[in-house]
Design a protein around this ligand. Structure first.
Ligand code: HEC
Ligand SMILES: [Cu+2]
Length: 315
């Protein structure tokens, strides 16, 4: 198809879905525009002042017709809205169970860390057919993580986590761009996405340079920063147990309720007064300025993993 050959290949399920939505919208609006144009021209010619076409029997009012041409387009376009909203939610409210991969943007490169501690710069390896969630942040200015082959784009903002979820559906190599002007070498801030079959990806993860797994590093940090003094199971301070926190519903003191994600945990550490958990005193000190981005990510991974150990998911 012409449309298909104009677009980059679809390397992820998100791309296939977005393409069908865009095509559907194009066809629908095209048909509406065409129908209006054709009728306009036909009526202009047929009933022009000089023509003697019969004007008898013209209807002044037709409620049925009016309702039809209001209701049918309304339903069609509301349908498009719902379709778009569902696709949007699957990208920007990704499944908390999807494999997280951490990407830190910085002038002018992309740095990634996988859960076992394998790191890479300028390249991002992903498993084929597995839902992943790229968790982004920036060390300096706003960047934007843009992969045309996946039809995804998400800002990387300093001091905040953003995330985007997708499932790579075709093995191969794709281009990664920065889509937010971020300084003189913005145009050079590109990278390569490599989608490989899960077994190959697992092999790739296990080899090559890496530091201790993120969770393992996070555990050491959790102790050295004194978090365990309050949060460990046997601590004398009344503080929540953090196991299984990620993805859990949290009730806050002010009555709000939210689902704990990376951004929530990050804020709990840096701005503890912002979201105080119901039933606890706001005694947790802020660690803003003390814990670096990469250490924060490691602590979050430790909290996630400590949940898994207690459930029966793992051998
Ligand atoms: C002085 C004791 C104390 C220390 C030290 C402490 N916390 Fe807390 N923390 C608390 C208390 C009490 C709460 C519950 C009240 C609140 O939300 O502020 C809490 C809440 C949290 C929450 C939200 C929990 C939930 O169930 O939603 C997270 C996440 C957290 N702490 C992580 C950490 C990390 C990571 C560290 C170390 C860098 C740390 N805390 C250090 C006492 C502490
Ligand atoms: Cu950039």
């Amino acid at each position: 198809m012409i449309a298909a050959s104009l677009l980059p290949v679809d390397g992820a399920q998100s791309a296939t879905r977005l393409d069908s939505l865009a095509l559907c919208l194009l066809v629908l609006t095209g048909l509406v525009a065409l129908a209006v144009m054709v009728m306009m021209i036909v009526f202009c010619v047929r009933y022009r002042a000089a023509s003697n076409a019969s004007r008898a029997g013209a209807r002044e009012k037709d409620i049925g017709l009016e309702i039809a041409w209001t209701l049918i387009p309304l339903l069609l376009f509301l349908g498009i809205y719902v379709w778009g909203a569902i696709d949007y939610a699957s990208l920007y409210r990704p499944d908390p169970a999807a494999t997280p991969i951490f990407v830190v943007a910085k002038q002018w490169m992309w740095k990634a860390e996988h859960r076992n501690g394998r790191r890479e710069v300028g390249v991002l390896h992903l498993p084929l057919g597995r839902p992943v969630r790229v968790v982004l942040t920036s060390q300096d200015v706003i960047h934007s993580f843009f992969v045309p082959a996946f039809r995804i784009k998400q800002d990387a903002v300093p001091g905040r986590y953003t995330a985007i979820g997708f499932t790579p559906s075709r093995a191969g190599e794709y281009q990664l761009f920065c889509a937010e002007f971020c300084g003189t070498e913005h145009a050079m801030m590109t990278g390569k996405i490599v989608v490989m079959p899960p077994a190959e990806y697992a092999r790739w993860l296990a080899e090559g340079p890496r530091q201790p797994g993120m969770a393992q590093r996070g555990f050491a940090l959790f102790r050295s920063y004194g978090c365990s003094g309050c949060h460990a199971a046997g601590a004398s301070v009344h503080a929540p147990i953090l196991a299984n926190l990620l993805g859990r519903r949290v009730h806050l003191q002010d009555g709000r309720e939210l689902t704990a994600d990376e951004a929530y945990v990050r804020d709990s550490i840096l701005v503890p007064r912002k979201d105080v958990v119901a039933g606890y005193e706001p005694i947790m000190p802020s660690f803003a300025g003390q814990i670096g981005e990469e250490d924060l990510l490691a602590i979050i991974e430790y909290i996630r993993e400590s949940g898994h150990e207690q459930s029966t998911e793992r051998p």
